[in-house]
Design a protein around this ligand. Structure first.
Ligand code: P6P
Length: 330
């Protein structure tokens, strides 16, 4: 497909304007995908407001229920799931929703052409300690005809089938970073305008880096190759940085160069992270920014999901760092 000319827009361009000006870059050049991105951005603004208030009103702390990941559901991630589900239902462009917070997919019973996989609030265990958290989303086109019952082939799609993906980082500032297959762009939320504005055009992940992000608590049961790679990082006196919030660790590594690793271990034989709504989106962003993402053996985006909540070991970041790790994993 001809690479349509990427329209360079000035810093400060509002997300809506950016999407409209780059409309023709979307593979199906239709308004639906643009509307979908707007629906996601709108929901994130509402979640952002609630995340910022979390300390002031009683929405912190556990709900007492568990999600599919077996994580204690925090009130805010239940709220976030409700907000995104409501925005996507009202928007009408998505026909189905896969979420960490719901056991099976949610049929939105509409004529939408898209399927969304989402982690509404990743890192929610960090909420009550005021550490950055994030939303991770993937957008797929449904495979079966609109108006027919949704099938597994609509839901269990490889990451390479994503038409767009990204994340929202609720940090010292709130950012939305996404790709629609033509590079990666970052938008910073400007509360006084209630708008996301272009702040990081055409983001590129440094080819190499010196930051490694891994929870070494499981070190003794890591695969030998992972242990070798961590020894390599320490011999090179690289910098260990692990926030314990995937979106925050990923975003820092995207800007500065680095690798994030969540390997298999005795505690997590398949790794901890979920392929459908954590790994695939960040793998798409990483590759579009010049980085790399594998499960140690396979390109993340080539993995055929077999179940909604399946896990995968995750190595993502600067291309040379991921390749160095892969070389030691063989
Ligand atoms: P651990 C949060 O629960 C999360 O899914 C990611 O955001 C984070 O990187 C990882 O798990 C932290 O897991 O086992 O290091 O606490």
């Amino acid at each position: 497909m001809m690479e349509s000319s990427r329209i360079a827009l000035p810093i400060g361009t509002a997300l809506d304007r950016f999407i409209k000006n780059n409309q023709e870059q979307f593979q199906y050049a239709s308004g639906e995908l643009s509307q979908l991105l707007r629906d996601i951005a709108l929901a994130s603004k509402v979640v952002n407001r609630e995340v910022n208030k979390a300390g002031l009103i009683d929405i912190m702390g556990p709900m007492g229920s568990m999600n599919t990941a077996g994580d204690q559901q925090q009130k805010l991630d239940v709220l976030a799931n409700i907000r995104f589900t409501r925005a996507l239902t009202k928007g009408g462009e998505a026909c189905a929703l896969i979420s960490e917070e719901t056991e099976s997919f949610v049929d939105l019973n509409n004529e939408g052409k898209y399927v969304i996989a989402i982690d509404p609030l990743d890192g929610s265990s960090n909420i009550d300690v005021n550490v950055s958290i994030g939303t991770i989303f993937s957008i797929y086109r449904r495979k079966t005809p609109v108006g027919t019952p949704i099938q597994d082939e609509d839901i269990l799609q490889k990451g390479s089938e994503q038409v767009a993906a990204g994340y929202v980082l609720y940090g010292s500032s709130t950012m939305l970073v996404y790709t629609a297959g033509h590079g990666v762009n970052g938008f910073t939320y400007e509360p006084s305008l209630g708008e996301y504005v272009l702040s990081h055009p055409d983001m590129k992940m440094p080819e190499d880096g010196k930051i490694f992000s891994v929870n070494e608590g499981g070190y003794h049961t890591f695969p030998e190759g992972v242990k070798k790679y961590l020894s390599y990082c320490k011999e090179k006196q690289f910098v260990g940085r692990y926030i314990g919030s995937l979106v925050a660790d990923f975003h820092r590594n995207l800007l500065k160069g680095g690798i994030y690793i969540y390997p298999a271990s005795a505690k997590a034989p398949e790794g901890k992270l979920r392929l459908m709504y954590e790994c695939n989106a960040l793998a798409f962003v990483a590759e579009q920014a010049g980085g790399k993402a594998t499960d140690g053996k396979r390109r993340i985006l080539d993995i055929q999901p077999k179940s909604l909540h399946q896990r995968a070991p995750f190595f993502v970041g600067s291309k040379q760092m991921v390749e160095m790790a892969e070389g030691l994993l063989d």
